[in-house]
Design a protein around this ligand. Structure first.
Ligand code: ME8
Length: 651
C-alpha cells in the first residue's frame, strides 16, 4: 500500500491585499506535496480560508454588506492566486463550509461532555487584528505583544477550555519527541516562554461576536476563532461525521506548515485539544520565518507591501509563476527570515534559471538538433563522463534527504550543483569542436547523450518546484510522462526539439528602472473615478492586458523584401517575397495604397512569421508585415532603426 502524506497550510484570513509573503507557506507546501506525490505516496494537501470573527464582521458592517458578501470575492481572489502560482491542493476548506461548521460543533460538544470545557467569566485584553486575547502581564507597554497595536479590555461570560490540565503532557511531548516542532529554536520558545511559565485555561467562546459558529449547547455563544480555525485540519477529512474514511486514512497530519507568529496556537493549543479529544497528534509542525522588507515583516497592515513590488499577481504576470516559486523556495534560508528585494529576485532568476538552467538546456538541444536530429546513442564512458554520471546518479537521494528535512533551498542547491557540473562538462568536452571532426562523431553523440540525461534528471527532480518550465523542457526531450531520475534510461532516437529560451534573460538595470517608474506612477496616480468615464470618441480601443508569455507566442523576424507585385483582382493588396535568413516567404499585405511594388523592394521589414498561412485573393500569405497606422488610417512600414541582418529576431 502506498505511504500516505497529509500536509496543511494555515487557513488564510480573507483580507485581500495579498503579498508575496502570503505565498511563502503555500508554495513550500505545494512543492512538498508534489515531491511526495512524485515519490508515489498518496498525498492530501489542504489549504483554505479562515472566515469567522470580529474583524470580518466589522469590515462587512462598515460596507453595509453581509460578511459572506464581503468574503466571497476575497476567497475567489485567493483561489485565483493559487491557480496562477500552480498550487495544486486537494481541498480548499472554507470555515463557512457546512461540514466544517458541523465538525466544530461536534468538537465543542465532545469537550463539553467530557468536562474539558466549562463556563466562567472572562476578562482580558483583546487585539482585534490578531484575534487574540492577552493577559495584562503579556502586554508589551500596554499594547498587543504580537503586532504592537491597541488592545481593548473585554469582560464577558465565556466557556473555557482546560488548557492548564494539559501543560504537563505537553512538556513531556517536547521532551520525548524533539522533532515534533521544528526548527529547534521554536521548541525552546514554546517550552521556556509558555509551558514552563504555566498555562492558563483558554477562553473559547464569545457572546460579543455574532459572525461565528454557535455552540451546540449554548447558541448565544460563538466558537473562538482559533478553535474554529485549528479544527479545519480534521474537519476537512470528515472527522466526527458518518463518513470519516478520509480522516482514518490521512490523519494524523504529517506536517502542519505555519508562519512563526502562529506557532503558539499550533504547538500548544492544537495538541492540547487533540489530547482532550483522545485523537492522535500531528507528526510534525514547522514554523517558518518571514519575508521582510527593510528588516520588517512584509505585511498588508504595516503597508510595506507595495503592489508594484510585492503583489503576486503582478510578479507572476511579469516574470511567470515558476520564477516566483523558485525565488521563494531557493532564496529564503529555510526556518529563518529573509529580506525581499526586487533586485535580489531578478538576480536570482537570471543567474540560476536564465543562465545556468536555460543555457544548459538550449546548448544541449541546439547541438543535438543540429548534429543528430534526435537523441544519439549512449557511448563508452571517458574523461569527465564518470564524474557527471555519478553526480546525476546520487541526485535523487540527496534531494530526497533535503526534502525530508523540509529544506527546499538545499534540495534546489543539490540540483543546481549538477546543472553547474553539466555546464562545466560542456566546456571540458568541447562538443562544438567534436562536431567539426567526422572521426569524433561517436564521442560527440556520447557527450550529448550524457548532457541530455543530466538535463532530464535535473528537470524530473525540479518538477515539484518549477512545474510549468520542467514540463516544457522535458517534453522537448521527448518525455511526455514522468521518467525515472536514473542515468541511462533514455533511448537513442528519442525526438529532441529546440525550444525558445524558457527563462528569457532579464536586463536587471533596465528592469529595476521600470519597476521604480511603476512605483512612482502608482504614487502619483489619482484615485479612479467612481463611475467609469466614457472613452473619448475616436480613441483607439484599448485591448485587454496580456501576460508576457502571450507576447512570447509571437515570432517576429526582420526580413528583406526581394520581390513585390500587385495582387491581380485587388486594389489593396501587394504580394511580397521576403527573405528571412536563408528562406524565402510569400507574404500578402494590404498596403498597395501606401507603397508601390518598386518602393517595397529592398525594404527591411518586420514580419510575424508564425501566423497560420492563409490564401488572400488566391495568393499564399505566410506571415504579416508590421505597419504603424496614424490617426487617419495611413500605413507606414515598421523597420529596424539600425542595420540588422534579415532573419534577426524582434522582441
Ligand atoms: O494566521 N512572510 O492567517 P494569515 C512569510 N488565519 N509568511 C507570511 C508573511 C510574510 N511576510 N505574511 C503572512 C492566519 N505570512 C490564520 C491561520 S490556521 C489554523 C489559522 C503567512 O492570513 C503567515 O505566516 O494571517 C501564515 O502562515 C499565512 O501567511 C497565513 O496568514
Amino acid at each position: 500500500m502506498a505511504k500516505k502524506y497529509y500536509i496543511t497550510t494555515p487557513i488564510y484570513y480573507p483580507s485581500g491585499n495579498w503579498h508575496i509573503g502570503h505565498c511563502y507557506t503555500t508554495v513550500i507546501c505545494d512543492a512538498l506535496a508534489r515531491f511526495h506525490k512524485m515519490k508515489g505516496e498518496e498525498v492530501f494537501f489542504l489549504t483554505g480560508t479562515d472566515e469567522h470573527g470580529q474583524k470580518v464582521e466589522k469590515e462587512a458592517a462598515k460596507r453595509g454588506i453581509t460578511p459572506r458578501a464581503f468574503i466571497d470575492p476575497l476567497v475567489a481572489e485567493l483561489k485565483d492566486m493559487w491557480r496562477l502560482l500552480d498550487v495544486e491542493y486537494d481541498r480548499f476548506l472554507r470555515t463557512t463550509d457546512p461540514d466544517h461548521v458541523a465538525c466544530v460543533q461536534h468538537i465543542y460538544q465532545k469537550l463539553y461532555e467530557s468536562g474539558d470545557i466549562y463556563k466562567a467569566e472572562y476578562e482580558g485584553y483583546y487585539c482585534t487584528p490578531c484575534e487574540a486575547f492577552w493577559t495584562e502581564t503579556q502586554l508589551k507597554e500596554g499594547k498587543c505583544p504580537d503586532c504592537g497595536r491597541e488592545v481593548t479590555l473585554q469582560k464577558e461570560e465565556s466557556y473555557f477550555f482546560r488548557l492548564s490540565k494539559y501543560a504537563p503532557r505537553l512538556l513531556r511531548l517536547y521532551e520525548e519527541k524533539p522533532d515534533f516542532l521544528r526548527p529547534r529554536s521554536r521548541v525552546n520558545e514554546m517550552v521556556n516562554n509558555f509551558l514552563k511559565a504555566g498555562l492558563s485555561d483558554l477562553s473559547v467562546s464569545r457572546t460579543t461576536v455574532k459572525w461565528g459558529i454557535p455552540l451546540p449547547f449554548d447558541p448565544k455563544h460563538t466558537a473562538y476563532v482559533w478553535i474554529d480555525a485549528l479544527s479545519n485540519y480534521v474537519s476537512a477529512l470528515g472527522y466526527g461525521t458518518k463518513d470519516d474514511s478520509l480522516y482514518r486514512k490521512f490523519y494524523p497530519a504529517d506536517l502542519h506548515m505555519v508562519g512563526k507568529e502562529i506557532v503558539r496556537f499550533h504547538a500548544i493549543i492544537w495538541p492540547a485539544i487533540l489530547m482532550a479529544l483522545g485523537e492522535p497528534l500531528p507528526e510534525h509542525i514547522y514554523g517558518h520565518g518571514w519575508l521582510l522588507i527593510g528588516g520588517e515583516k512584509l505585511s498588508k497592515s504595516k503597508e510595506n507591501a507595495r503592489p508594484e513590488l510585492t503583489d503576486p499577481y503582478a510578479l507572476v504576470k511579469r516574470y511567470g509563476a515558476d520564477a516566483v516559486r523558485y525565488y521563494l523556495l531557493r532564496e529564503i534560508p529555510f526556518g529563518s527570515d529573509g529580506e525581499y528585494t526586487t533586485e535580489r529576485f531578478l538576480l536570482r532568476i537570471n543567474a540560476d534559471l536564465s543562465n545556468d538552467l536555460g543555457n544548459l538546456v538550449s546548448r544541449t538541444q541546439a547541438m543535438i538538433v543540429q548534429n543528430f536530429g534526435a537523441l544519439p546513442p549512449r557511448g563508452a564512458e571517458e574523461g569527465p563522463d564518470g564524474d557527471l554520471i555519478a553526480m546525476c546518479e546520487g541526485l535523487y537521494a540527496r534531494v530526497d534527504a533535503a526534502m525530508g528535512a523540509l529544506n527546499a533551498p538545499d534540495a534546489l542547491a543539490e540540483i543546481f550543483a549538477v546543472i553547474d557540473r553539466a555546464n562545466k562538462y560542456i566546456d571540458e568536452t568541447t562538443p562544438w569542436l567534436l562536431a567539426k571532426d567526422p572521426q569524433k562523431r561517436a564521442r560527440l553523440g556520447a557527450v550529448l547523450y550524457n548532457l541530455a540525461e543530466a538535463v532530464r534528471i535535473c528537470c524530473e527532480l525540479l518538477r515539484p518546484f518549477l512545474p510549468a518550465a520542467t514540463e516544457k523542457i522535458l517534453k522537448s526531450f521527448g518525455c511526455t510522462a514522468p521518467t525515472e531520475p536514473v542515468f541511462g534510461v533514455s533511448k537513442e532516437g528519442t525526438p529532441v526539439e529546440k525550444l525558445p529560451p524558457v527563462f528569457p534573460r532579464i536586463d536587471v538595470k533596465k528592469e529595476l528602472l521600470e519597476v521604480e517608474a511603476l512605483c512612482k506612477n502608482a504614487q502619483k496616480a489619482v484615485p479612479a473615478p467612481e463611475k467609469s468615464t466614457p472613452a473619448p470618441q475616436n480613441a483607439p480601443e484599448k485591448k485587454p492586458e496580456i501576460a508576457f508569455e502571450d507576447f512570447q507566442k509571437l515570432e517576429l523576424k526582420v526580413g528583406e523584401v526581394v520581390a513585390c507585385e500587385k495582387v491581380k483582382k485587388s486594389e489593396k493588396l501587394l504580394h511580397e517575397t521576403v527573405k528571412i535568413g536563408d528562406a524565402l516567404r510569400s507574404v500578402v499585405s494590404g498596403i498597395a495604397k501606401y507603397y508601390t511594388p518598386e518602393e517595397m523592394v529592398g525594404k527591411k521589414v518586420v514580419v510575424v512569421t508564425n501566423l497560420k498561412p492563409v490564401k488572400l485573393c488566391g495568393v499564399l500569405s505566410e506571415g504579416m508585415i508590421l505597419c504603424a497606422e496614424d490617426g487617419e488610417g495611413n500605413l507606414s512600414l515598421v523597420s529596424p532603426e539600425r542595420l540588422v541582418a534579415s532573419g534577426a529576431t524582434v522582441r
